[in-house]
Design a protein around this ligand. Structure first.
Ligand code: G3P
Length: 230
């Protein structure tokens, strides 16, 4: 499963990129607004921090204007992925851009039929919003499951990008079903590292190691004559 971080905060992105585990970034108009920065400048900065796709969203509602906005966005960097809403005009734009070799992320997907349309329009990614689905009394995981089934039935190459992930259980369930990508806030990615038994285990090992009075690096250096014993 690829991990994308859902943010336009460049310090969060840089910190996660340093782990070597970050595969891409998704932004949206809300996240760009939260960054308080110029959208072109911040998108360029983000694209330089990761090698993978960086989703940048159009805000126009009609196809012609979406294409004009996409031209501005895709000129920012080669790893920009144009994000379009799941509407008739959004999918027309998706088809035109993907025919032209541009990555497209179709966003605001809330049904498996919408996801089927996006795949037919050549989307690189489909973004079903799990959290918002759950918030409204639907089961976000059923949606991911249905899309996985349909895409596998027809061997569509569109990647399922589980979006609107709110907590680690969403990540676990989406990974079990076989979502190709999960995009989530930085704090959710960091929380995946944690387990109380890992912390307790380290504490126990270090306590026992201290009783040996030994060191690892210094002992090797001494044996190699790089450092005087003592
Ligand atoms: O970027 C799209 C999506 O991940 C938004 O998530 O938490 O605003 O529903 P959320």
């Amino acid at each position: 499963m690829k991990f994308f971080v859902d943010t336009a905060d460049t310090s969060e992105i840089a910190e996660l990129a340093a782990t070597g585990l970050l595969d891409g970034v998704t932004t949206n108009p809300t996240l760009i607004s939260k960054s308080g920065k110029d959208f072109i400048a911040v998108t360029r900065e983000i694209c330089a921090l990761v090698d993978g796709p960086v989703s940048a969203e159009v805000v126009a509602l009609d196809h012609r204007q979406m294409m004009r906005e996409a031209d501005v966005l895709r000129a920012i960097a080669p790893n920009v992925c144009i994000k379009v809403p799941l509407t008739v005009d959004g999918l027309k734009t998706c088809k035109a851009l993907s025919d032209d070799g541009t990555m497209v992320n179709v966003t605001l997907c809330f049904s498996a039929n919408q996801a089927l349309l996006a795949a037919k329009a050549g989307a690189s990614f489909i973004s079903p919003f799990i959290g918002r689905h759950d918030d409204n009394g639907f089961d976000g995981m059923d949606l991911i499951r249905d899309i996985r089934l349909i895409y596998d039935n027809y061997a569509f190459e569109t990647e399922i990008l589980a979006a609107s992930i709110r907590h680690p259980v969403h990540v676990l369930e989406a990974a079990r079903i076989g979502a190709d990508v999960g995009t989530m806030p930085a704090k959710v990615i960091w929380s995946l590292f944690n387990h109380v038994l890992t912390d307790k285990g380290i504490e126990g090992f270090l306590k026992d190691w201290a009783t040996t009075g030994q060191t690892i690096v210094e002992a090797i250096e001494e044996a190699a004559g790089e450092k005087p014993a003592g």
